[in-house]
Design a protein around this ligand. Structure first.
Ligand code: KG4
Ligand code: ZN
Length: 354
């Protein structure tokens, strides 16, 4: 089964062609990602209207390249998937409408994919792991601990009550005058810093539910920075290192609780899986290794370029849904908000195709 996937929910214009050979991992036949980072960097964050316009300008060529790289035509694929949300609605409309046009003209089924579901299923594309597994999803907009039991079968065990982890990295970078996107910048600066220098809080540590709270940490960091302003390069590095260490400690504690609750409710998970842009962070990867070792759970962390937004994850989620007969009508609406536990699965929705 070969599916084209289109991703336009944020600031990457991406398309990919992926093959799902039945059970086991998938095969990425092409994966084209055009980042708009330079267009947004001067504003210190993603500007929705600029993002939507850039998607309109680039998407046709990105799809053409993905098809050519894969050696496929619209006639030779089995379905067209697009991220239908959650995300910046202007961009989502561009990607979903394009997928609808391809579906209509080539008479191939349309699959409207939830962007978070695509992050959640990436570990099956890369490693072919079985359900159920415990997912740690940490991106710019989301921080969640989820029991992944099947396509369209997700139970959220914990989430953030305020900022997402990626958002906290981005805000920290902005506060310290570092570039956008903030996560990689904070990681890079922090590598030269002292993680013990600033006594930052570890919010929610020890709580019985695997929830996160990060706005207090961000405020504490701002207060520490204000106390010693003007900041030297070493101050910035130490603040980054201290911030990242606080996040690492919080992730360890919160996920330990998440795994415990997973076991109580669903039995042993097949794996602990990390997804979303924050999973590209090496210090976070390291602490996930420690946790998996201590808890006797296999750890699966897809390569960094499949953790950040890409078309292959959308194509794969589309292929997984298509394999279960889960297709969508052309009238399907784009969604700015769309929780993972609201994604319909095989048990809850009959197959509908164009
Ligand atoms: O999943 P993603 O590409 O986009 C969505 O938000 O859906 O995640 C982007 C987020 C940004 O907040 C970015 O700062 C963060 O992931 N990020 C990182 C790293 N690379 C990306 N955070 C920490 N360390 C990194 N190396
Ligand atoms: Zn994402």
């Amino acid at each position: 089964m070969v599916v084209l996937g289109i991703e336009t929910t944020c600031d990457e214009t991406a398309a990919a062609v992926v093959e799902r050979p039945g059970e086991g991992p998938g095969k990425i036949l092409s994966n084209v990602v055009l980042s708009q980072v330079n267009e947004h960097a001067v504003f210190g964050g993603v500007v929705p209207e600029i993002a939507a316009r850039a998607h309109v300008e680039a998407l046709d060529q990105v799809i053409a390249k993905a098809m050519a790289d894969a050696g496929h035509t619209f006639d030779s694929i089995d379905g067209v998937a697009a991220a239908a949300g959650p995300g910046l609605i202007g961009g989502v409309i561009v990607g979903l409408t394009t997928a609808k046009a391809i579906s209509l003209v080539s008479k191939k089924p349309l699959i409207a994919v939830n962007h978070l579901e695509a992050h959640a299923l990436t570990a099956r594309l890369t490693d072919g792991i079985a359900f159920p597994y415990c997912l740690f999803l940490a991106s710019g907009g989301h921080t969640q601990v989820v029991a992944v039991r099947g396509p369209g079968d997700y139970v959220r065990l914990g989430t953030t009550v305020d900022d997402a982890i990626g958002e906290a990295f981005d805000k920290t970078a902005k506060l310290l005058g570092l570039g956008y996107p903030g996560g990689p910048q904070v990681e890079k600066e922090g590598a030269r810093g002292n993680p013990m220098r600033f006594p930052l809080p570890r919010p929610m540590q020890g709580r019985p539910e695997p929830d996160f709270s990060l706005s207090g940490l961000k405020t504490a960091l701002r207060l520490e920075a204000e106390k010693i302003a003007p900041l030297t390069d070493q101050d910035v590095s130490d603040l980054c290192a201290s911030f990242q260490q606080a996040i690492v400690d919080v992730v360890f504690d919160r996920l330990r609780v998440g795994l415990k609750i997973f076991r109580e409710r669903f039995g042993a998970p097949t794996a602990l899986v990390a997804a979303g842009g924050v999973a590209a962070n090496q210090a976070i990867r390291k602490v996930l290794h420690r946790l998996s070792f201590e808890s006797g759970t296999v750890l699966v962390v897809p390569p960094a370029d499949l953790c950040t937004d890409n078309g292959a994850m959308i194509a794969w989620a589309g292929a997984e849904r298509l394999a279960h007969g889960l297709t969508d009508p052309l009238e399907i609406a784009p969604k700015a908000r769309w929780a993972l536990d609201d994604v319909a699965g095989a048990a809850s929705r009959p197959s509908k195709g164009p």
